[in-house]
Design a protein around this ligand. Structure first.
Ligand code: 7HD
Length: 288
């Protein structure tokens, strides 16, 4: 019987610090190499006093607790963490093709074959999370990275919780991805299920194909459009893609299609199942 390996104690001296990869609200991310193994990863450096002032300590604690226990090809790995007097360090998987939202802004919108593959990978990542009773709660392009082969790497579990949840949190950042049940006035707005991720997947699918979110407007108008499910899908979006968006952006959480049904949807099958290679060749040549 082999003794389990003792948990690794990490410290900053173990890493050679490379170029900055990006910055977020409470710190930066650097490309680093672990000296003894040569392993390349991303080091997220968060400043304790900024986290304290921003009331984000719970989020970081949750990000560490939840993401370090997830193992899925479409979820960014959190290998470990450590801290010093002023900073918290998260050792993360390096995503070779960077932040998805930058690709989306540069390309304006994705061709349907690419959007369908991203949606299928997001559904697989969310199915894995939901099976472990974890709701991500913050699905949006800014929280998605791309691996070296262009595969989806869902990250930023700072807003994730164990389902079902009735936590009371002040949400900050964009309203665009909030489901109607989280906007409801009064008590029941804080009781919701993993179906919130299905709504956000619908918003994400729309934004991949159109280049902007379906309810994008002033904060007041966005909340009103979300609570009424008011949105229009441009004519250039194919009927199959529009059908999937409509089946996800359903006001009643219980009536949204499941992640299994997403993966079996004709639009996903058309672009993601091996036998459909021909349709991809055709779509790539016509750019549809
Ligand atoms: C703080 C803070 C910053 C961010 C946003 N952010 C995430 C990254 C990042 C991570 Cl965590 C992992 N791998 C990455 N790979 C890139 C990258 C690759 N290329 C070719 N270009 C870039 C950029 N960025 C990565 C960086 N910033 N969240 O919290």
């Amino acid at each position: 019987y082999e003794q389990p390996a003792p948990p690794k104690q990490f410290h900053l001296g173990m890493f050679e610090i490379g170029r900055p990869l990006g910055k977020g609200k409470f710190g930066r991310v650097y490309l680093v190499r672990e000296r003894s193994s040569g392993f390349v990863c991303a080091l997220k450096v968060l400043h304790k006093n900024e986290l304290k002032h921003g009331g984000a300590e719970t989020q970081v604690r949750r990000e560490i607790e939840i993401q370090s226990n997830l193992r899925h090809p479409n979820i960014l790995r959190l290998f470990g963490h450590f801290h010093d007097s002023k900073r918290i360090f998260l050792i993360l998987e390096f995503a070779g093709k960077g932040e998805l939202y930058k690709h989306l802004r540069r390309e304006q919108r994705f061709p349907e074959w690419k959007a369908a593959q991203y949606v299928a990978q997001m559904a697989a990542a969310l199915k894995y999370c939901h099976k472990k009773h974890i709701i991500h709660r913050d699905i949006k392009p800014e929280n998605i990275l791309l691996g070296i082969h262009g595969e989806i790497k869902l990250s930023d579990f700072g807003w994730s919780v164990h389902a079902p949840s009735n936590r009371r949190e002040t949400l900050c950042g964009t309203l665009d991805y909030l489901p109607p049940e989280m906007l409801k006035p009064g008590r029941d707005k804080n009781v919701y299920s993993n179906k919130v991720d299905l709504w956000s997947l619908g918003v994400l699918t729309y934004e991949f194909l159109v280049g902007e979110a379906p309810f994008e407007d002033t904060p007041v108008m966005t909340q009103r459009k979300i609570s009424r499910g008011e949105m229009t899908v441009p004519a250039f979006v194919s009927p199959l893609a529009k059908d999937l968006i409509k089946r996800l952006l359903v006001l009643d959480p219980e009536k949204r299609i499941s992640l299994d049904e997403v993966q079996e949807h004709p639009w996903i099958i058309k672009y993601c199942v091996k036998g459909e290679r021909a349709s991809m060749r055709e779509s790539k040549s016509t750019g549809s």
